[in-house]
Design a protein around this ligand. Structure first.
Ligand SMILES: Nc1nc2c(ncn2[C@@H]2O[C@H](COP(=O)(O)O[C@H]3[C@@H](O)[C@H](n4cnc5c(=O)[nH]c(N)nc54)O[C@@H]3COP(=O)(O)O)[C@@H](O)[C@H]2O)c(=O)[nH]1
Length: 795
């Protein structure tokens, strides 16, 4: 392109040639500003030609003249100009200012290289924004600029002595030197390499070399442009590119150029997660992976955010190429260019399918029983709350049934835990099959199930349904090759009739179930306000029992035990009663279960034992040192860790012979945890006390355990004696007597009420009897009298 012609410059000087005025045109031509130049002499900027037609003006100026010369601009250029100087004053005799008109001389502009000799080469080389070098064929520097010294951290004295290959890293030296010297052969070369300073400074440079010669010496000259910043930018770009490429999160970049936001890039993780390659989907609308009809609202939200060029986070379901649906934790952010415009969107796709499934599993676990898959207590509570709310709102009737398996412990102990689990699973399935999908079946404890039955036409319908369920649950279950008969007690409450809050409805069903248990098990009871009263009474009983034990309102009665051969009283069973201030004597059947359930049995048992010890001491001083008193023990007392130690201490404290105390434990208690029972019984035996198995025949003793229990007596349960003349009963009683004797135990018959029973027991060599036929439980003093009078069973 032709350069624009320079304007004519006109300025004013005084006669001495000092510049007085300087306008924009002058500044444009010469580059000096008015403040730079004002006051300078004319010959500072214009050198006049001495030869030629025009004569150079001499100072001081006197008159008009025309000359040619060169204007030296402030950037060092020498511009050929024609100069006209004319006095400005009106009085030509006293001229004191002159106009100087400077015009570039057309046609006298030098050819392209004509001024080359005038070039300030050193200035140019030093002013270059890069390193400059001239190298001979041996690889030594002939010429260089200061920039090279700075980059190589070397002085101008050092540089000529060092070969160019030492300017580079060892690994780069050969290649870089070759590249530079290549220019000797090919005329030019270009490459990138790092210059290494003497003290380790590294400068990445782009080298451009060209062949030339200095005089007759062939050499290569060139520049090395510092590209460190560019290299750094490139590296960081590369790093980001690699990071995107290596990311485990799928990344998608889409363009904003149209409303479809076409895909421009996806990384390998995207390809792996979705199954689509970049080639397959480039240019497509990213929504192509959405699942029709799924997460519509979320997609709408994403769309809105993108239209507004905003970031958005959403969790949606997408389809992989193979059709599989995955959960996508999606984060989309706008990408802004240098002008601040959003040009792209970057989407980070995180496949959280596994996490979602895990979350669901956790959710399920948090709300379901792992063994049966039924609802657990938490879910039951939620469902019951909603069911009650619905029943209240819609004026319908709902039912809550509380089911407790009657003999589950026995099943577990006899057939093993695997069989027990199988029974629970089978029962769960039967219950689930017996109700509708909208009803809830929950397992809330080892052998406790709860049903929430919605929207029932009448209580009679509920009763029918629950009875059907009871039958279904009680049917034999085959587990681990055994046919097991699981009985179940069911308590039912109705809502909102029995309560409008979950806790109340649950409590009502629980009370009904408790009632069903006391009614002989394997039956179903509905809650009634009377039942509530009973539960209330029960609670009162619990509270006052604790007080009674503390205040010693307990009395112990003694029922004599008689030797069947001699008819002599040989001992007694201690039986506790509660002497209630208002209700009179309360029998143990009413408060022992409460004491056991509340743990009060422990202090109560200790109270009885200490009273018995006191009685035994009295009996000894009465002259009956061999007299034995038996005390009933509950399972909870037996399981008490310090029981044996404490009993030993108590006997010692009362100075009672351990052999005069007998402890009765029921057969079912022993068989509850037989291994532990053997352990405790042995410790008790070690203490010297006597042991007996109470209510024998009602539990499920196995012969192997009977052998292991170190007991002295077995007590035949009174139910077997109720009518010994009836075929079956007599047979069992006889068998128990035989069994006891064969195990070297004495046999006691309890609940003996008739002469016939006595005769029967004597016929079959039973050892002792206890029962109303001889005596009911009597106060301590009455017992002492009977013993001292030697009251006997008649022959
Ligand atoms: N853990 C503890 N349990 C105790 C204690 N005191 C009593 N009990 C247990 O309470 C149950 C009921 O006892 P009770 O009402 O005292 O009845 C006993 C006898 O009165 C009764 N019996 C005795 N002879 C006859 C009879 O001829 N006919 C008849 N119908 N009943 C009779 O039997 C009960 C004694 O039974 P058992 O204990 O099985 O020998 C009872 O289970 C007691 O064990 C205590 O301090 N701690």
């Amino acid at each position: 392109m032709e350069a624009a012609p320079l304007p004519i410059a006109v300025f004013v000087v005084d006669a001495a040639g000092n510049i007085e005025s300087w306008n924009k045109a002058c500044e444009k031509m010469a580059g000096y500003t008015a403040s730079d130049i004002r006051g300078s002499r004319l010959d500072r900027i214009i050198s006049f030609d001495e030869s030629g037609n025009c004569k150079a003006p001499s100072l001081p100026l006197t008159g008009e003249c025309e000359a040619t010369g060169h204007l030296t601009s402030n950037d060092g250029r020498r511009i050929p100009v024609r100069v006209t100087i004319a006095p400005q004053a009106l009085d030509p005799d006293k001229p004191d200012s002159f106009s100087v008109i400077v015009a570039p001389r057309p046609g006298v502009m030098p050819p392209r290289y004509a001024l080359i000799q005038d070039l300030p080469v050193t200035d140019i080389i030093e002013g270059l924004p890069c390193v400059f070098y001239v190298i001979d064929q041996s690889g030594h520097l002939l010429l260089w600029n200061r920039q090279l010294e700075a980059v190589l951290e070397r002085t101008s004295e050092e540089l000529p002595t060092i070969n160019v290959q030492n300017f580079f890293d060892e690994k780069d030296a050969l290649r870089s030197t070759e590249n530079i010297l290549d220019a000797f052969e090919h005329g030019s070369s270009s490459h990138e390499a790092e210059l290494i300073g003497k003290f380790g400074k590294r400068t990445a440079c782009l080298f451009n070399c060209a062949r030339t010669s200095l005089g007759n010496v062939p050499c290569v000259f060139g520049t090395g442009l510092d590209i460190s910043a560019r290299k750094e930018a490139e590296l960081s770009l590369l790093l980001r590119e690699r990071a995107i490429s290596c990311s485990v999160n799928a990344i998608l970049i889409s363009c904003c150029k149209n409303k479809e936001f076409p895909i421009e890039y996806v990384n390998p993780a995207f390809e792996q997660i979705t199954g689509y390659t970049l080639d397959e989907i480039k240019g497509r609308d990213p929504r192509f992976m959405r699942v029709e009809g799924c997460d519509e609202q979320e997609h709408e939200r994403i769309r809105d955010a993108l239209q507004r060029h905003e970031s958005v986070h959403a969790i949606v379901r997408n389809a992989r190429k193979n059709g599989e649906i995955f959960w996508n934790d999606l984060r989309i952010d706008p990408v802004v260019n240098q002008e601040g415009e959003v040009t792209h969107f970057v989407g980070v796709i995180n496949d959280i399918t596994e996490a979602k499934h895990y979350e669901r599993r956790l959710q399920h676990l948090a709300h379901h029983d792992p063994l049966t898959g039924l609802a657990n207590r938490t879910l039951l509570h939620d469902r019951l709350g909603s069911a009650i709310e619905q029943a209240v709102h819609e004026h319908t009737l709902g039912a809550l049934a509380f089911l407790d398996l009657d003999n589950f412990k026995y099943i577990n102990d006899t057939f093993g835990h695997d069989a027990g689990d199988e029974v629970l699973r089978e029962i769960a399935q039967r219950l689930r099959a017996g109700v509708r999908d909208e009803d809830t079946v929950a397992r809330v404890g080892g052998d406790e199930f709860v049903l929430v039955i919605n929207d029932q036409p009448s209580p009679a319908h509920v009763a029918e349904l629950v009875e059907r369920l009871r039958h279904s649950v009680s049917a034999p279950v085959t587990a681990e090759g055994n046919a097991i008969l699981p009985g179940v007690s069911i308590g039912v409450s109705l809502f909102p009739r029995d309560g409008e809050r979950a806790e109340r409805v649950m409590r009502a069903a629980d009370a009904a179930m408790y009632h069903a248990k006391t009614m002989g098990k394997n039956n179903c009871q509905f809650y009634s306000p009377e039942l509530n009263q009973a539960v209330h009474d029960q609670l009162l009983l619990e509270a006052s029992l604790s007080r009674a034990i503390r205040d010693d309102d307990m009395v112990v009665g003694y029922q004599p035990k008689v030797d069947l051969r001699s008819g002599k009283i040989v001992g007694a069973e201690a039986l506790v009663r509660w002497r209630h201030p208002d209700k009179g004597i309360i029998p143990p059947d009413r408060f022992i279960p409460v004491a056991e359930a509340t743990g009060l049995i422990v202090p109560l048992g200790e109270l009885v034992l200490s009273k018995v010890c006191a009685t035994l001491k009295e009996m000894r001083s009465d002259g009956a040192p061999d007299f034995v008193i038996s005390v009933n023990l509950s399972a909870r007392q037996l399981r008490q860790r310090q029981f044996v130690t404490r009993l030993g201490q108590m006997l010692a404290q009362h100075q009672v012979e351990p052999g005069s105390l007998e402890l009765e434990v029921t057969e079912s208690q022993l068989m509850d945890q037989p291994e532990e029972a053997v352990d405790v019984l042995e410790q008790l035996k070690g203490l010297g006390v006597r042991l007996s198995i109470d209510d024998f025949g009602t539990g499920y003793s196995s012969l192997s355990y009977l052998r292991k229990f170190p007991v002295d007596f077995i007590k035949i349960d009174r139910s077997f004696l109720s009518d010994v003349s009836i075929e079956g009963n007599g047979v069992i009683t006889r068998a128990i007597i035989g069994l006891g004797h064969s195990l070297r135990m004495k046999v006691v018959a309890e609940g003996v009420e008739t002469r016939e029973q006595i005769a029967f027991l004597r016929d079959y060599d039973c050892d002792q009897m206890q029962g109303y036929y001889f005596s009911p439980p009597v106060p301590r003093d009455s017992l002492r009298q009977m013993v001292s009078k030697d009251t006997r069973l008649p022959d």
